[in-house]
Structures are given as structure tokens and as C-alpha cells.
Design a protein around this ligand. Sequence first.
Ligand SMILES: [Zn+2]
Length: 381
Amino acid sequence: MQMSPPGINLMEVRHVNKHSVVRALHEQGAMTKQEISRTLNLSLATVVTLIKELTEEGIVEQGELLASTGGRKPVVYQIVGNAKLSLGVALTGHHIRIALVNWKHEVIEKYREKITYSNSETYWRHVYQEVMKVLKKERITSRNFVGLNFVIDGNIIPDAGYEDIIPVGIFDGLDVSVIKDMYLCPVYFCNSVKAAAYSNVGKLSSRNTCVYIQFDRTVGGAVIANGTFWGLSNRTGEFGHMYFGENNKKCQCGNYGCLQTYCSSDVIREESGMELEDFFREIEQGNKKLMSVWNSYKKNVIQAVYNLRVIFDINVMIGGEMAPYLKRWEEELKEILRILDIYQEQKDYLQFSNGGEFDGAIGAALMVLQKEDEDDIEFIK
Ligand SMILES: [Zn+2]
């Protein structure tokens, strides 16, 4: 049995041990009862009882049988992914994107709707109905639903939690407390680019280290080091506002020549007069005029990625709505990056986020799950 501080009774010890088992399975993946016993320094009899209780509560389940060299196959136990679920709801000027994610970081449902944002009761009521629709469709109950996180343009408050942001841009003046009051579950609001980057922090058992750069309507990112963001105040990675050249295009930050004015997905929209899907259909059909737009866009992306590689010397991950399109040219991009590489190493450091345009919604949902786990950890302390 684990050491217990004086004054803690047996019931509490049992509760703490139970949390430790859940935490170990979540952080380290599936384990046998013997492995749990060794890892947590608990007696096998205690582990057997706790696993039985957690299984009955629907938090832990038997995993796949391991290959055995002979005799009985060892039985492993793992957390039930759907024991905890959360929603990320990304709002932009023209879209709502919703992602339902479970405890195992599996994306259960993605949903997108084209709708113009307005800070009106009608709009927020509509969002509420869409959220309820997803929860109902997936039969989510208050028992396994841990909360929802809205993704908007907002300034991060230094040293505050991710749930504290000041709405800016089209969301300027939004009273988030009014929206929170509409829901019975915990509701948060987070910064869009940081949420997108968060979609790639990796599972607890395999935390990620990379530079994430989002090529979307806005360009930005974060430096992810072992699953957490670098920086003094969660604000590293404003790559979109690095000075990139003299194009005399005013950026939303007020300066001219920012990377965002070269690599935003809106550059494609403005220069082609088309939506992305239509643009890439034309490219695939060999439209020469549009090909020059695409080639110059691609060149700028390569330079941005190359610069990040030179600065950070870690993998660079492309995310956002341009990610699935850029991925179609993956080999070409990697080849050019290999030629440019100052270290002359034949190393592939370029990666692509799977979420694409849903990166923000997925990351926001993961933030809520992470917060829930941290609260559990607080309890154990
Ligand atoms: Zn800027």
C-alpha cells in the first residue's frame, strides 16, 4: 500500500489508489495487473479489487490479449476511451467547426457548418442547438461529458490559464459569461491558434516535441516541447507576424510584410477569386495561370518552414486548413527542404497535422480533457 499522510482514513487511501491506477493506465498505456502492482507499489490483491471496481464503473476495460511465448496469454487493462468526452467548438467569421474527442484522443465526430458570425442571441442560440445535436446524436450524458471549449480569436492573458482570453477581432466585446450561462456543463474560451497547436501535443504516453505552424486564414503556431508550450506566458509562436518581405500588404496586426500576408489561406482566395476546393480542382486539371499562384505560395511556405527548422532544430508540423492540400505536395516540399538543409542531412523533419481545418476544435476539446486530468492529479496530491 502507498504511504498515506497522517489523518487520511482508509476510504480516502482507497480513493487515492484508484486514481493512481487510472492515471498510470492513462499515462503509460495498457498494463497487466502485475505491472500495475509493480508500478504503483500496491499489493496484487489491492490491484485486483480496484480493477474490478473500475471495470464495473466503466472507467477501465480489458484490452487485447498480449502475444505470449507459451502458457496463458497475459491480460492487460486500459482506460475506456469514451469514459470522458469533450467538445471543441471553433468559431470563425464564416464557419462553425465542432469536434467530439475522447479520453484516448480519438476524434469521434467532426461537424462543419457555414454560418456568418454575429454577436446576437440568434447566433448563440443556433450554436447551442448544434452542440446539443452532436451530444444527443452520440448519446453523450453528463456522466461522461467533461465540458466544451470555444475557439475564437482572443488575446492570451500572461500567466493566466488557457481559459482566460480577451476576445478580439470580430469577437471584440463578446461577454463570455453570458454564453457560459447558457450551458450546464463547464464552458471555456480559448485562443484559436494555440488550440490548433494543442491538437498536436500528443498523448500522455507519447508527448510530442515540434514546432507547429498553422496555415489557415491566420498564420501562427506554438513551440511544443514534450507536450507543453514553450514560453513565459503561452505566447510563443506568433510566426505569422515575423517580417517576411516587402509586399506592402497590411497585416491584421497593423504592420506590413508579415508572413501571414504571404502564407494565409486567404492569399489563395484573393489571388484566385476562388474557394480552396475549387482552386485545387483547377490546379489538378493543370490551370497554368493558377499554377503560378500556387507555386509562389508553396515557395513562401517552404521558406517559412525552413526558417523554423534553422531556428529550432526540431520537427516542423504544418497544420490548419492548408495542411491537407500542402500534404499532396509532400514529397516535393521535403525534397526542396532536403536540398536547402544547412546540415546536409537527409532528414525528414516536415510533418502534417491530421486535423487540418479541425485542428482548433480538436485541440480545444483536448484542452478540456487535460484540465480534467489535472484536476484529478490535484486531488491525488
Ligand atoms: Zn502581422
